[in-house]
Structures are given as C-alpha cells and as structure tokens.
Design a protein around this ligand. Structure first.
Ligand code: GDP
Length: 193
C-alpha cells in the first residue's frame, strides 16, 4: 500500500475517546523496546510519527494513527517492562483488555516479536490472550537485519513453536532498518480490512 498520509488523531485513555468513524483498526502490541515504534514508522514511511522509545513502557495511552484516511494503527503501550508498579500494570491491563475484547472495528492485532530470540513469557501470554478471545493475529518478527538471512527460517520456527501459532496467523520476517517484509505486511493487513 502506498501511504500518502499518516497522523496521530488521539491518545485515548477511555473508550469514549476512541474515534467513531468506523474505519478498520489494527492494534500494535509488543514488549517494550522490541521495535514497535520503528515498525509503525517504517510502515508509514515516517521517521518519527510513533516515537521510538528512550523511556520504554512510558506511554500508557492508546494512540490512534489515521492512515490514508482509511484505517487506523492503534499503538498499545508496551508490556513486560519490569519497572512499572503492580498498580500501573493492572491499569494497563484493564484498558487494553477493554479495547481488545470489545472493539468492533478491530480487525487484527499485530504482535511484534524479536526474530533473534524466542518469544518471552509476556509474548506468549499476549498471544494466548488473543487466541482465547479469537482475535486474529499477525506476528511480525522484527530486527531480521541483525541475523544472517540463512538463519531466518530456523528462527521463525522457534517463534512459531514458542507462541504455538495457530494456522492462519501469519509470521512475517521484518526489518525496520532494511524494509524487509514491509510489502508483505501491508498485503496481509489489506486482506484483513
Ligand atoms: P519500541 O519500544 O517497541 O517502540 O521500540 P523502538 O521502535 O523504539 O526500538 C527499540 C530499539 O531497537 C531502537 O534503538 C531501534 O532503533 C531498534 N530497532 C527497532 N527495530 C529495528 C530493526 O528492525 N533493526 C534494527 N537493527 N534495530 C531496530
């Protein structure tokens, strides 16, 4: 997809603030520092639309990015950041849970993982949550530029097996550095719109 416009429209903390123009939405989830902001920026050809993190885990809002006036990326706060308090984690959980389980416009969750490493416990929990609620997932295995191409498939296998990815949920090898996987990711998202 050729992205011609992308802008943040709202940082929401409660459902009343979500956009109400009924466009399809894709939520972006991943542990802090995995490369979620870089993924968003790469997908929309912008250097700095989603802020790449100097303070991981800090954003506690749902950020809605309107793309080509036709869909939203919804940036979900990164999870698995040890330094937030239990109370903050609970608040995080409630907001995300409400959004993910009740939002009609949600087409799929784009789950960002690191291709180099086996998904973490938090990644597994997030994926299990999505499957429990039968929410389609697209797994983006990013930072592919950090390992040799010849090893990609071996790493994809670890991602698939660790998350226990169901049939129909694609795993896409991605790099925000090189743009690897960008066209494939857009093709998959467009199919889901
Ligand atoms: P977020 O916290 O998930 O939003 O992560 P960021 O997008 O801020 O990325 C965290 C760090 O990983 C930054 O230093 C990025 O430059 C780096 N990074 C993200 N994606 C990639 C990638 O595909 N390749 C490489 N080499 N570095 C990446």
């Amino acid at each position: 997809m050729k992205v011609t416009s992308a802008e943040i429209v709202i940082s929401a903390v409660k459902p009343e603030q979500y956009p109400n123009n009924n466009l399809p939405e894709f939520a972006l989830a991943g542990r802090s520092n995995v490369g979620k902001s870089s993924f968003i920026n790469k997908m929309v050809n912008r250097k700095n639309l989603a802020r790449t993190s100097s303070k991981p885990g800090k954003t506690q809002t749902l950020n809605f990015f309107l793309i080509n006036e036709s869909l939203y990326f919804v940036d979900v706060p990164g999870y698995g950041f040890a330094k937030v308090s239990k109370k903050e984690r609970e608040a995080w959980g409630k907001m995300i849970e409400t959004y993910l389980t009740t939002r009609e416009q949600l087409r799929a969750v784009v789950l960002i993982v690191d291709l180099r490493h086996a998904p973490t416990k938090d990644d597994v929990m997030m994926y299990e949550f999505l499957k429990h609620y039968e929410i389609p997932a697209v797994i983006i295995a990013t930072k592919a530029d950090k390992i040799p191409r010849g090893k990609w498939q071996k790493h994809v296998k670890v991602v698939r097996e660790t998350l226990n990815v169901v049939e129909g949920d694609p795993v896409i090898i991605f790099s925000s550095e090189t743009g690897q996987g960008k066209d494939e990711a857009w093709a998959v998202l467009q199919q889901l719109m």
